[in-house]
Ligand binder design. Structure first.
Ligand SMILES: C[S@@+](CC[C@H](N)C(=O)[O-])C[C@H]1O[C@@H](n2cnc3c(N)ncnc32)[C@H](O)[C@@H]1O
Length: 247
């Protein structure tokens, strides 16, 4: 999969994307990520990429021309037109489901805004989708773009050591993940649940499923409204409710 990021701060993106799991995935050519400096495409003799908003008001607006030319250069270099996402607090809120869908595309590009945002005309001309990472406003689209790239890239084959590491995780299957523990078995008087030390795989799986249901019930009851329970899940859920009402 190829991912292009259009930004005024390519080094900020490169720094993050060179580290840890994504850094290794890039080295191993499991994902092909390119960070582009929008400023390199301006035709302004002072290398400006922003200007005052028409109609007045605070702040500056990113101009259409450098963004358009940067995108055209990406299309030429890749030989294909990517699905273009503008990171914006006005977009639909990003969810795991969308990360999985985007990971099935062969080429996406991300446009990071800054200042007061981007000239609307270039958005109308180019953008296929707007994505927000939550109902709050950041200074730029770089952190949201990095969050999207991370969530998408870790879904690609080979990026994580084991596919189970994401299919069991929070949100992937509609529930939150069960609690995790590592050595030592006792820490500050707190013990690892006995079942996890038993080596009994079926009991461990049932305990984990029950914990997932219980955590989701308490931390994100809204998620259960969308979740279709199997017969086994329904049994575990009634056991949870009985235990809790007896407490
Ligand atoms: C200060 S914001 C501009 C906000 C814009 N004036 C508005 O009110 O909708 C600058 C840039 O940060 C990015 N950004 C800020 N908050 C974001 C969020 N919650 N999700 C995604 N991108 C965001 C966008 O790329 C945006 O163009």
């Amino acid at each position: 999969m190829r991912i292009d990021i259009m930004t005024l701060f390519p080094e900020m993106c490169e720094t993050v994307l060179g580290e840890s799991i994504l850094g290794r995935a890039r080295e191993n050519k499991l994902v092909d990520i390119h960070c582009h400096d929008i400023r390199a495409y301006t035709i302004d003799k002072h290398r400006r990429v922003d200007d005052y908003p028409y109609g007045g008001g605070m702040g500056m607006v990113m101009q259409a021309q450098p963004i358009y030319d940067c995108f055209e250069a990406i299309v030429r270099a890749a030989g294909s037109r990517p699905h273009l996402i503008y990171l914006s607090p006005q977009g639909g809120v990003f969810r795991q489901r969308r990360a999985v869908e985007l990971a099935s595309m062969s080429h996406i590009a991300l446009l990071c805004g800054h200042y007061e945002g981007v000239d609307e005309r270039v958005l109308e001309e180019l953008v296929d989708e707007e994505i927000s990472i939550g109902d709050f406003v950041l200074t730029g689209g770089e952190l949201p773009a990095l969050a999207v790239v991370d969530a998408v890239a870790r879904m690609l084959p080979g990026v994580l050591a084991d596919e189970e590491s994401f299919t069991e995780e929070s949100h992937y299957g509609g529930l939150l993940e069960y609690p995790q523990y590592t050595r030592p078995p006792q820490w500050r008087g707190r013990e690892v649940p006995e079942v996890l030390l038993s080596g009994h795989h079926a009991n461990i799986a049932t305990w984990r499923r029950k914990q997932s249901l219980q955590r989701t019930l308490h931390k994100r009851p809204d998620m259960l409204e969308q979740f279709t329970m199997s017969k086994e899940d329904a049994k575990l859920m009634s056991a949870i409710r009985e235990e809790e009402s007896a407490e």
